[in-house]
Design a protein around this ligand. Structure first.
Ligand code: WT7
Length: 633
């Protein structure tokens, strides 16, 4: 680890023409300008968007950490993402090109997109959805998912997107927490040529949620699904009704009105509903996307994430539309039917900017360079990475084989909670492979010790954010104490946000993210709490206790290893590992299934009974166990 993190010998300089044409060419000047007058800086960015009524104050910290941004302003992110574009030449511009896994293609102009969103908004209204209500969205990567999200925004409803890889139990928990009366789903989703039966999962989940009154089902895969009369409606049927008109007024929202909830993992088993709002979020996502990826009208932007995660919310759905950009979206698996699928699409659509995760790069790298080398990738001018630190091997492959040593890689560090890129290069920034480089203008970060002292270069410390920013999470939905406790209590005195990552700075002020300091794992870029997997395991009658750790994995970043103590009288019949994996798949979802489950007689614990995952990990990796003075065993 330290070797990689300390590798400062290599610099990569961006091509001169790219720097010359970049939207922001002088990072230092931009950073200094924002530092000197943060409120003026954010107000300047906010003025790029429409507001129905102006703000009286840029940021209000009187009730910190419950900050408010663009106080008193009236707006709606859907107005800025769609309504305002259809009054300009952009009406005819392509908003989105979509390719399905089977190879079908759909293309939407801004005008068409606006109409579809209006229709969807009217359908939601006809089901009684009002301003402030929540709608849960559980879908595959199809255009209707984007419309559903924007339709909620348009009428002032709060969307809660649950990633399609979560189980029915996880979906139940999220529907209940958000108290959604309406759920939007698909019959199924395509994945590697087979159908993931999403509607069945929703039926299972909703059986436990009496609050759900209606389910809107988009037909995608054509598999047979159960439709409960009076509760379930086909989207295409509703869309054909007069209620689904192509005009729908946009609700006037307060800048601080909620836009969405997105559940993410923390240190306890209960997922946290991270809340974002209309005003600050639209300013921050549009500014960061424009500055970091330098998006112009000529570009074809591809953020290869799922709209069900924050990356997709901010940089598939909202950011690109706010900028009036053209996006590409792909439904299925990267290597389906062959490992050249992505490279073929880049060539075919002339993608200019690709933004993806290290795990995807490592996965595709495994198939060798011959697959990308068969394709003309010369349209690419910028690349991006997100989700975990990118290892030097993957960086080099991405840079030379995909970017032909021309395209700088924007390694963007951020979180569900931050709403947008926080530590990131701009196209003009000299790069060091594996470092997310420097904070975005207006963002102040540091690496500090337990007491909050800045640590010297080369020393590990805690990553903190020292000043509020427009797209910061506003709270944990329904749990303001957890919001304060989780993010603001460690450095309460200083008023800093605790990111939950360890990091170090180097002599050039570049930041190197090391990893999570809490019990959160990154598996294939997904964020999972060890507690979520553990509670999945112990919910099985055979398991008395469980502990879960992440073991470095070449493709996934981390692989989940679980240790289980069986209940008295239970013995492994040889099938128990497989049974428990199935159980976790059902309880939490496929992304949480451990790669290995080991049955043990005891677990290393502190005297206070806390499982020492650090010790388990050291043992598993044959490394020194470190300080075990608190070990009870
Ligand atoms: C955690 C947040 C934000 C989009 C996807 C992840 C890790 C994220 C990087 C990066 C090193 C990164 C951190 C962070 N992370 N980007 N470029 N380099 N680590 O969002 O699921 O909320 O996870 O992902 O550990 O805390 P998320």
């Amino acid at each position: 680890m330290s070797d990689k993190v300390n590798n400062r010998s290599e610099w990569f300089y961006p091509p001169e023409d790219l720097v010359r044409s970049a939207y922001v060419q002088d990072y230092e000047a931009a950073y200094a300008r924002a530092q000197a007058d943060p409120e003026g800086f954010w107000a300047e960015q906010a003025r790029e968007l429409d507001w129905f009524e102006p703000w009286q104050q840029v940021v209000d910290g009187s009730n910190a950490p419950f900050y408010r941004w663009f106080v008193g302003a009236k707006t709606n992110i859907a107005h800025n993402a769609l309504d305002r574009h259809v009054k300009t030449w952009r009406k005819n511009k392509i908003a989105m090109i979509w390719e399905g896994e089977p190879g079908d293609v759909r293309t939407f102009s801004y005008y068409r997109m606006w109409q579809e969103v209006n229709r969807f908004a009217n359908i939601l209204k006809s089901m009684g959805v009002k301003k402030g209500d929540t709608v849960t969205i559980y879908m595959g990567r199809v255009p209707e998912m984007v419309w559903a999200m924007l339709a909620c925004a348009k009428i002032g409803a709060i969307h809660s997107v649950v990633y399609g890889g979560f189980s029915d139990q996880a979906l139940t928990d999220r529907i209940e927490d958000a108290q959604s009366r309406v759920v939007v789903t698909c019959d199924g989703a395509w994945l590697r040529g087979s159908i993931v039966p999403l509607k069945d999962t929703v039926d299972e989940a909703v059986r436990r949620c009496p609050i759900v009154e209606h389910i809107i089902v988009v037909r995608r895969t054509g598999n047979e699904v159960y439709m409960e009369p009076g509760r379930d409606y086909w989207y295409h049927d509703l869309r054909g009704l007069p209620i689904a008109a192509t005009q729908c007024p946009t609700e006037v929202m307060d800048s601080e009105d909620p836009l969405f909830i997105l559940y993410t993992s923390g240190t306890t088993g209960k997922p946290k509903g991270v809340l974002h709002t209309h005003g600050g979020y639209q300013v921050y996502t549009s500014t960061t996307l424009k500055w970091v990826f330098d998006i112009n009208d000529e570009d074809r932007w591809w953020c290869a994430a799922d709209p069900g995660w924050i990356t997709g919310h901010s940089y598939i759905v909202y950011g690109p539309l706010l900028l009036g950009a053209t996006s590409f979206m792909y439904e299925g698996a990267p290597a389906h039917p062959y490992p050249n699928r992505w490279w073929k699409m880049i060539e075919h659509y002339g993608i200019t900017i690709l933004y993806t995760a290290p795990t995807a790069i490592r996965g595709l790298m495994r198939f060798g360079s011959a697959w990308p080398n068969r394709h003309d990738l010369s349209s690419l001018r910028l690349l991006g990475s997100v989700g975990e630190p990118i290892n030097p091997e993957a960086w080099k492959w991405y840079h030379t084989i995909i970017g032909k040593s021309r395209c700088p890689i924007m390694d963007t560090w951020w979180q569900t909670e931050t709403g947008g890129f926080m530590i990131t290069p701009l196209p003009s920034t000299p790069l060091k492979p594996g470092s997310a480089t420097r904070p975005f203008p207006g963002i102040e970060v540091d690496v500090v010790d337990e007491e909050g002292n800045s640590v010297p270069p080369g020393t590990d410390g805690m990553l903190v954010i020292k000043k509020p920013w427009p797209s910061m999470l506003r709270t944990i939905y329904g749990d303001p104490n957890r919001y304060v406790e989780q993010y603001w209590s460690k450095y309460r005195k200083q008023g800093w946000y605790l990111a939950g990552d360890s990091a170090r700075k180097d002599e050039d002020g570049y930041i190197w993210i090391i990893g999570r300091i809490d019990d959160v794992l990154k598996v294939s870029g997904y964020r999972l709490g060890t507690a979520e997997v553990e509670s999945g395991l112990v919910s099985h009658p055979a398991v008395a206790e469980a502990a879960v750790i992440g073991i470095p994995d070449e493709v996934k970043g981390n692989a989940i290893h679980a240790y289980c103590i069986l209940r008295a009288g239970v013995t492994d019949d040889g099938h128990l590992e497989a049974t428990l994996k199935d159980h976790v798949r059902h309880e939490v979802g496929p992304i949480a299934v451990p790669a290995r489950i080991e049955f043990v007689a005891s677990l290393p614990k502190t005297r206070s009974g806390k499982i020492m995952r650090r010790v388990l990990k050291a043992r598993a990796m044959g490394m020194p166990e470190g300080d075990i003075s608190t070990l009870e065993e």
